[in-house]
Design a protein around this ligand. Structure first.
Ligand code: PBG
Length: 326
């Protein structure tokens, strides 16, 4: 009988050995918590398709961010649900708009202890639910939308956002926002660009949480087609060229190949968004007793890190941070 010469199991023998040789880690520093804040409600409202996620009041939002800060979560990203919507999404850049109000409160509460990211888009604020303003023919008007985005970014920066995150996939959005911010004196405001954002069915639960499902049509004329991978690098190159400080791939788990390609092609930090549907699938299977939800959550985040993401936007942020602190 011959004995194996190569013994990879040597390094798997004890927990300490396994810990020592790990090449990928998920830590609290990798986590960004997406949070919803809704105007005009007195109590937080649960989002049925996202167990554990709520639409916050200003008050409960502040408590949630305090809790995340105590856990060491370095950043949150805010989504607003306004009480009034119109065709141009006026509340998105109104100084009294819900996101601006939330930013001012949080800036006051946490100082620089947490990075405040504002999603810069129109779909939560328009009555038609699209990410831009529409032409008379009902199409999303790219260039008219750019002016809206620049104005929204400036309003968010003025209210205290450290980072603006354009998610609408309009051509030229990063350049328009950068020049708007610079002209208003916000030269230090960071742009986290949703660079490779695919038209995904995995956003379904988010559209309940943010009340932003398009009234008609879909987002395929602006978000990327799932059957194209080379375009992800091209789209990201445009954003980097236009001044994106950080780029993002979205969704995450179903697009690990895209994360790896973007990581290999660029030296700016790469974020990944583990989206609502990815979260809800874990919660549904866990509720049925079919999987160990905590273990699967960590395995998902580990895969996203392994693929090359520097940090992850995830609705799991709080529970994973709590788990890591135990
Ligand atoms: C658009 C936006 C969406 C998400 C983040 N920003 C929805 C969409 O593109 O339809 C989805 C995030 C998720 O599913 O968790 N402002």
């Amino acid at each position: 009988m011959s004995f194996p010469q190569q013994r990879p199991r040597r390094l798997r023998r004890t927990p300490a050995l396994r810990r020592l040789v790990a090449d990928t880690r998920v830590t609290v520093d990798d986590l960004v918590a997406p949070l919803f804040v809704k105007e005009g409600i007195a109590e937080p409202e649960p989002v049925p398709s996202m167990p554990g996620v709520v639409q916050h009041t200003l008050d409960t939002l502040r408590k949630e961010v305090d809790g995340l800060t105590a856990l060491g979560v370095p950043a949150v990203v805010l989504f607003g649900v306004p009480s009034a919507k119109d065709a141009r999404g006026s509340q998105a850049d109104a100084p009294g708009g819900i996101v601006q109000e939330a930013l001012r409160c949080l800036r006051d509460d946490v100082g620089d202890a947490v990075v405040l990211v504002a999603d810069t888009c129109l779909d939560e604020f328009t009555d038609h639910g699209h990410c831009g303003v529409l032409t008379s023919g009902g199409e999303v008007d790219n260039d008219a939308t750019l002016e809206r985005y620049a104005s929204i970014a400036v309003a968010q920066a003025a209210a205290g956002a450290d980072v603006v995150a354009p998610s609408g996939m309009m051509d030229g959005q990063v350049a328009a926002i950068r020049s708007g911010l610079d002209a208003a004196g916000f030269v230090d405001t960071v742009i986290l660009a949703y660079s490779a954002k695919y038209a995904s069915a995995l956003y379904g639960p988010f559209r309940d949480a943010a009340e932003c499902a398009p009234r008609s049509g879909d987002r395929r004329s602006y978000q990327m087609a799932t059957d194209r991978v080379r375009e992800a690098v091209a789209e990201t190159a445009l954003d980097v060229d236009e001044g994106a400080d950080i780029v993002m791939v979205k969704p995450a788990l179903a697009y690990l190949d895209v994360i790896a390609e973007v990581r290999a092609a660029f030296d700016v930090p790469v974020a990944a968004y583990h989206v609502s549907g990815e979260y809800s699938m874990i919660k549904a299977a866990t509720a049925n007793g079919w999987i160990d939800g905590e273990a699967v959550a960590l395995e998902h985040l580990m895969a996203i890190k392994r693929a090359g993401a520097d940090f992850i936007l995830t609705y799991l942020a709080r529970e994973v941070a709590e788990g890591l602190a135990r």
